[in-house]
Design a protein around this ligand. Sequence first.
Ligand code: PMP
Length: 394
Amino acid sequence: MQSTQNPTQSLMYITNRPDIVFTRGEGSWLVDSEGKRYLDFIQGWAVNCLGHCHPAMIEALETQARRLINPSPAFYNEPMANLAALLTEHSVFDKVFFANSGAEANEGAIKLARKWGKKFKNGAYEIITFDHSFHGRTLATMSASGKPGWDTIYAPQVPGFPKAELNDIASVEKLIGEKTVAVMLEPIQGEGGVIPATPEFMRELRALTKRHGLLLIVDEVQSGCGRAGTLFAYELSGIEPDIMTLGKGIGGGVPLAALLSKADVAVFEAGDQGGTYNGNPLMTAVGYAVIKTLTAPGFLDGVRARGEYLRTKLLELSAERGFEGERGEGLLRALLLGKDIGPQIVEKARDMQPMGLLLNAARPNLLRFMPALNVTNEEIDQMMAMLRTILDSL
Ligand code: PMP
């Protein structure tokens, strides 16, 4: 094998990636191949809900690896059954399918809704989604997403995803017709810039979909698994959706996702849905450890408290620098900068010496914060101090 001087050279197909190779992680911290430490407020895009290399995850991985890694996708296994039971115990759903990514779970949700439409709604198949939504990078989930430009980039799209405006019930109502089978949304738009659907809108949407006999699908790939300060973000509005998808946080960093539904919607038949690695015991054992940790007494209270702490600190900074405030829930928050300096801040934060800070600008005019759910107030203070240093240098 040929060795190259720069280990990232063979990965050059992604052109805008910085030349950093991470080698270790612990909690809110990452270390690169040069030994530089980074305070991580991205956490694998809200994935590592327990931070890097959490002991409960390591324990689950090691124990399960010694026991059984992959029986066969045609049979059940113990960790997958345990995790499914845990998820139904802590949610309003009855049935669980596992997947390997958020996009795959959303594909499953779309298929389930279409199958339900065939069975119960005269073949209705359209799913109303929202401007600026993000549901994944497969062809159907890109078509469902409301990301500007995605309607043409891989045209023709998968048909059947008319777009409404978030928090505008009239824009949804206008799109409902004979072909409509469901409405699908992120309770908090993550990639779109941390935009929560208001509890009133969620309740109106539930009432509207019930009135028209439509399914309500929540994509909680980013907002779920404790991120919003509740186990699932739909709880914030007190509604009961028909279908929910999970990804990211459910595996705490390993490739695991899930599709949950109410019993009366679970219309998949043998062969309709599945995949070689769906419900893999190594991943579901970790998922079980993650959900157990998130649902341990007091954990989510802590997320809400730290979310409130971060919110207060962001508001202080916003007032001090003339920014436009903040928004979000729990530990998914955005600082509204009011000008397009987000990408510049992200770059400077990363390149800071001797320690770096990992932030994200979901849109150029804001910074998105998605730290580990067990981040400490001291780490939040440290992040704020680093952010102030960067703002001073602009
Ligand atoms: N839905 C939402 C709300 C997401 O934020 C994402 C990822 N950013 C996805 C779906 C896609 O998940 P994955 O990258 O695991 O396919």
